[in-house]
Write a protein that binds this ligand. Structure first.
Ligand SMILES: C[S@@+](CC[C@H](N)C(=O)[O-])C[C@H]1O[C@@H](n2cnc3c(N)ncnc32)[C@H](O)[C@@H]1O
Length: 216
């Protein structure tokens, strides 16, 4: 990255961390904390304010329940706290990152509008998706079979308890699988990083609406 851009991004991150009173910025490789595994992606936070751009606050009601699959140090949780969600849930593989997220939730200086915040340290493969989740957030947390397993179980949950569910997917590396299910309609895209070195769809956040099961 051009050093000027790098400096500008780091300075902006630092300012946001100070403003919100949290620690979320560093990257953590799962090898370094003994959790590396096939299809698991390292920790790096989404851009500040990206959630607000992808999901405007006016589109959320107090009936909505937010979940971040792979919540890391909780930056998306901190952002979701300022929406009127009934409940905000983070599920994260690393106990260490979850502990930092818990400290961030206690320390955060945000105008909190959400109800309960629940941070769970668990592999998503062992986590039961609650049947009241209505906004599913993924910031490219895992790929391949982990991703397809979670998506398949999200659809089972929607079919068991039919409801409106939206998905917000940052760096949507597995969009092809998502669309192949025939159950996700693409509803919007925002650009978070122009000319991402990995090329599109990296550098975007895409939103989708879960479609009802055919014939239901
Ligand atoms: C790219 S980071 C996203 C962090 C956070 N959602 C955000 O946007 O700020 C991906 C996170 O997913 C977690 N992760 C990877 N595989 C996982 C799994 N099988 N179960 C739960 N979390 C996982 C990683 O530990 C990492 O913290």
């Amino acid at each position: 990255m051009n050093p000027y851009k790098w400096l500008r991004r780091n300075a902006a991150n630092l300012l946001y961390e100070r403003r919100y009173g949290v620690r979320t910025a560093e990257r953590v490789d799962l090898e370094d904390i003994g959790l590396a595994g096939e299809d698991r992606v390292y920790y790096a936070a989404l851009n500040w304010r990206a959630l607000r751009r992808a999901l405007p606050v006016r589109e959320v009601t107090s009936q909505d329940v937010f979940i971040d699959f792979g919540s890391g140090m909780g930056r998306a949780i901190v952002q979701a706290a300022s929406y009127p969600f009934r409940r905000v849930i983070g599920v994260e593989l690393s106990e260490q990152l979850t502990e930092i997220a818990r400290q961030n939730v206690v320390a955060m200086r945000v105008r909190r509008r959400c109800g309960e915040i629940e941070l769970v340290a668990s592999d998503v493969l062992e986590y039961d998706i609650p049947d009241d989740v209505t906004v599913a957030f993924f910031n490219n947390p895992f790929r391949g079979q982990i991703f397809s397993n979670v998506i398949d179980r999200l659809l089972v949950s929607v079919d068991r308890n039919p409801r409106r569910v939206r998905m917000v997917y940052g760096n949507p590396a597995e969009e092809e699988y998502l669309l192949s299910t025939g159950r996700f309609e693409h509803t919007g895209t925002i650009v978070t990083r122009r000319n991402d070195p990995l090329g599109p769809p990296f550098g975007t956040i895409r939103t989708y609406e879960v479609l009802p099961k055919p014939g239901a």
